[in-house]
Design a protein around this ligand. Structure first.
Ligand code: SAH
Length: 431
């Protein structure tokens, strides 16, 4: 009976890399022999990674799926704190390219067995000697496991040039360590059935290499003398992040307006002894921009609860007060505003504080933002007082009535029969 793995073996190999990344938090990661980018697609969700690269000799394979590495709408709505650059190359791991130097981690998952032994030597020199990443994960089939696949004749894949026993893999790995200054640990994924693990080992054997002297050493030895550029860049994408000032301003403005509104409501309730229900959103409404995915929702709810607690607990702290102020003249009526001090937002709303860093920065970032109205001295956010002022909907309605459009629209509604797009479906009873 054929042996099966759960989860599938390729998933176990990728999970091994993910677990390593979670533990070691490398910032620059390159996947050698990345094929259709399936490992990279999972790695882009790891926030510590700032540079994610992939290289494969087969450019067509990379091109087929590389667009799946593009940012998703959630990446724009909830930008990362740190930058992420994704770069995909067509090239051979037997050739040098200066753009792949100085990485924290290089992964080579089921790649070396596709190389001739002469090319494995070049691979060792290029990857360990030239690219010289702080850590390297190499996985390759373990030949000793093969008898557990009764129908297997020859190697596991027609393109494999060899499959090594544990001793062969170990001898290659130890030589690499001596030649290039690394140490290695051996492990694997895909366990053998009970009682056979020690005899046959893992289905995929893995060597985890660490450069002696750690991450820093590369800066000493990585001189710019050899600036070979032999790879072709196929894809390059910068993810939206708070490092981009425009994105930071947009996120900060959303956050400030949300929390200023919370403070305004709370204060109006206290001042007037009643809530301004007229425009009080139903439970959870008004935070729509925060609702991105289930996961984000949960995170937002926790943050919101913590920030709300913060708003209440810090009420006696000296950080200014809310007050009514005169707003602008609009449509013949004076719109009254509530002034919410920036100092209060900065000290009481943890995310606003974290995003801006200082009160001065907060003011600078909000200045001239089209959605945020600041007081003349720039010390407070001005929010329209909904009860006293004329709302935008009211204003739109007034304007429409004035223009006669509403009349015409009422007529068109009552005169023309509405088109029934679903008539056929209704007739056939098929909804
Ligand atoms: N690492 C992937 C795929 C492994 S298959 C995974 O985990 O699923 C091996 C891949 O190595 C293939 O995509 C093949 O095109 C690539 N490859 C073979 N020789 C190569 C070389 N000299 N340089 C770079 N990539 C190579």
């Amino acid at each position: 009976m054929d042996i099966t793995f759960s989860p599938a073996l390729h998933r176990q190999r990728h999970q091994f890399v993910i677990d390593f990344i979670k533990k070691n938090k490398p910032k620059k990661v390159v996947d050698l022999g990345c094929s259709e980018c399936s490992l990279l697609k999972q790695l882009k969700f790891h926030c510590e990674i700032e540079l994610l690269a992939g290289v494969d000799i087969d450019g067509a394979k990379v091109k087929k799926k590389m667009h799946g590495l593009a940012p998703m709408s959630t990446d724009y709505l909830q930008p990362r704190n740190d930058q992420l650059l994704v770069e995909m190359y067509q090239g051979s791991v037997t050739q040098r390219d200066a753009r792949l130097r100085g990485f924290d981690l290089a992964t080579s998952i089921e790649l070396i067995e596709h190389l001739t032994l002469a090319d494995v030597e070049r691979f060792s020199e290029v990857v360990f000697g030239y690219m010289s990443p702080a850590a390297v994960i190499v996985s390759t089939p373990n030949y000793e496991f093969n008898p557990l696949f009764p129908r297997l004749t020859g190697f596991r894949h027609s393109d494999h040039k060899f499959e090594w026993t544990r001793a062969e893999f170990k001898s290659w790995a130890l030589k690499v360590c001596v030649d290039h200054g690394y140490e290695v640990e051996f492990t694997g994924v895909g366990r053998a059935p009970p009682g056979q693990q020690e005899r046959v080992g893992f289905c995929s054997q893995i060597g985890v290499f660490h450069r002696l002297g750690g991450r820093e050493v590369c800066n000493v030895f990585c001189d710019d003398a050899d600036n070979a550029l032999s790879y072709t860049l196929l894809y390059s994408k910068n993810y939206p992040s708070l490092h981009d000032n425009n994105i930071l301003r947009r996120v900060l403005a959303t956050e400030v307006l949300y929390w200023a509104e919370q403070l305004r409501r709370r204060w109006v309730e206290e001042e007037t002894g009643q809530g301004d229900d007229a425009d009080t959103p139903a439970e959870g409404e008004g935070k729509e921009c925060h609702r991105v995915s289930e996961q984000h929702l949960e995170m937002e709810e926790k943050q919101t609860a913590a920030a709300m607690k913060n708003l209440v607990e810090h009420q006696d702290v000296e950080d200014g007060e809310l007050f009514w102020t005169e707003g602008q003249q609009e449509s013949g009526r004076l719109r009254r505003c509530v002034s919410v001090p920036l100092s209060m937002l900065w000290s009481r709303c943890p995310k606003v504080g974290a995003l801006s860093g200082s009160l001065g920065n907060l003011r600078r970032l909000l200045m001239d933002h089209p959605d945020v109205k600041l007081s003349q001295d720039g010390s407070a956010v001005l929010l329209n007082d909904q009860e006293q002022g004329i709302t935008e909907e009211e204003e739109d309605r007034d304007n429409l009535e004035d223009s006669g459009f509403a009349e015409a629209r009422r007529c068109s509604h009552s005169c023309e029969p509405e088109e029934d797009w679903d008539a056929d479906a209704l007739a056939s009873g098929d909804k």
